[in-house]
Every structure is written in structure tokens, then in C-alpha cells.
Design a protein around this ligand. Structure first.
Ligand SMILES: C[S@@+](CC[C@H](N)C(=O)[O-])C[C@H]1O[C@@H](n2cnc3c(N)ncnc32)[C@H](O)[C@@H]1O
Length: 225
């Protein structure tokens, strides 16, 4: 449990206030970006578990005027200049993908450049239970990324360490050319969180192609969600 006094003394908390970021988490994404360069100017970026919006602010700065940022959270996100917000539950993967696609311009073929997820469950204090809930959110983020990313797109996802961590890391590794785990300096020392970074999504056919191929074989599948 973080004490209010600790929070006040925390240098990233102070810097977030000074620099106009909505959360100290903004510095985690800045540190990930410094090391791995996942977002570039003009990109379309999806930010899952985005409230109050620190990561979306950083993503918007990185993509610039021509880029697009779409945020999703259970909670309402206060309006951010140049960011589209969706109120929704990322574990409802099909609904989330459809809601995001409605915000994309048609010429993108329903695909995006980057998917981020800093989604966290409400902490219960039971480390195993919290890890499992975090695993469920991370797995949904990976499924959503698999439905939306263009070929060679990038993915950043938070997961709490625990029994399912290795399995999850392997699932990401299977889909991306380069996979790394990273704990940014801005993560609290006592936190079990780690960020898995997948760069270079291996394959993505536009969902229309997948649907056409499924239909022509008369096979029902949820491929591409
Ligand atoms: C650590 S906060 C994200 C902070 C954010 N990256 C920032 O910089 O402001 C985690 C967020 O995950 C969201 N979340 C948890 N479960 C979710 C779910 N099933 N669907 C969507 N968002 C969820 C929470 O509502 C919370 O806002």
C-alpha cells in the first residue's frame, strides 16, 4: 500500500505535476520509448486501460498532428486534445475491437501501428490473485493487439509477475520478431509490474481477407476477432 506521504515525496509524482501529465505513469512510457522506440510520428496508437490519460498524453506528443491516439478504459477519461476516448471493458475483446474500428479512418483497413496497455486490476493485496487478474487483462490486450496491429506493428503491455508470466511472455514472443521485458525506473521498487515489449508484429492480413477466406471454406472461426 502506498502512503500519501510517500506519494508526495515521489519525484515522478512531482515531475508529473510540474510537467502537466495526468499521472506519474507517463514517465514509464517515456522511459520505455527512450529505450525501445515503439511509437513514431504519424502513428495510430491504441491505449488500453488509459485513465486518467498520462500515457495518452505522451503518445499524442510522439505521434504529433498527423497521428491518432484512441484510448479505452472502464472509467471515463477527461477530454484530452487530439485523443479519442472510448468507455469500455477490454476483456470484452470483440466489442472493444469494433468500437476502436469505428474510430479508424476506412483507408487504414481496420489496422493500427501500436497497441499499448497499462491496464491494472484493482489490487486486493493477495499477490497471486492480483497476478492472475493482471494476466487476464494482459491476455485480452494481446488478443486485441492481434486483431488490430498491422504487420510490423508494436505492442507494450503491463503484467504483474507470477505463475503465468512465462507463459504470457512466450505468447507475445510467438507473435513478434523481437520481445523484451523491462522495468522502467519510474515503476515503484516494491511493484510486481513488468512491461513486455513486442516489436515487429509478424503477420496480419486485413480482417476482410481473413473473413473472405473463412467464408470461402465455409468454416466458422473467430480469427481476427
Ligand atoms: C494504472 S491505470 C493506467 C494509467 C494510465 N496509463 C495513465 O498513464 O494515466 C490502470 C487503468 O486500467 C483500467 N482498467 C482496469 N481493468 C480494465 C478493463 N477491464 N477494461 C478497461 N480498463 C481497465 C483502470 O480503470 C485504470 O484506469
Amino acid at each position: 500500500m502506498v502512503k500519501r506521504g510517500d506519494l508526495k515525496r515521489d519525484r515522478f509524482y512531482k515531475r508529473a505535476k510540474e510537467e502537466g501529465y495526468r499521472s506519474r505513469s507517463a514517465f514509464k512510457l517515456l522511459q520505455i520509448e527512450d529505450k525501445y522506440e515503439v511509437i513514431k510520428e504519424g502513428d495510430v496508437v491504441i491505449d488500453l486501460g488509459a485513465a486518467p490519460g498520462g500515457w495518452s498524453q505522451v503518445a499524442k506528443e510522439l505521434v504529433g498532428e498527423k497521428g491518432v491516439v484512441i484510448s479505452v478504459d472502464l472509467q471515463r477519461i477527461e477530454k484530452l486534445e487530439g485523443v479519442e476516448s472510448i468507455k469500455g471493458d477490454i476483456t470484452r475483446e470483440k466489442e472493444t475491437v469494433s468500437a476502436i474500428r469505428e474510430e479508424l479512418s476506412p483507408e487504414r483497413g481496420g489496422l493500427v501501428d501500436v497497441v499499448l496497455s497499462d491496464a491494472s486490476p484493482k489490487l486486493s493485496g493477495n499477490r497471486d490473485y492480483d497476478h492472475f487478474c493482471s494476466y487476464v487483462l494482459s491476455k485480452s490486450a494481446l488478443n486485441i493487439a492481434s486483431a488490430l496491429l498491422r504487420k510490423n506493428g508494436n505492442f507494450v503491455v503491463k503484467i504483474f509477475q507470477g505463475a503465468y508470466y512465462d507463459k504470457f511472455y512466450g505468447d507475445v514472443k510467438a507473435k513478434f520478431r523481437h520481445t523484451r521485458a523491462y522495468s522502467p525506473e519510474a515503476s515503484r521498487k516494491r511493484s510486481a509490474e513488468v512491461y513486455v515489449i513486442g516489436k515487429g508484429y509478424k503477420q496480419k492480413m486485413p480482417s476482410s481477407v481473413i473473413t473472405a477466406s473463412i467464408n470461402s471454406k465455409g468454416v466458422k472461426s473467430n480469427a481476427g476477432l
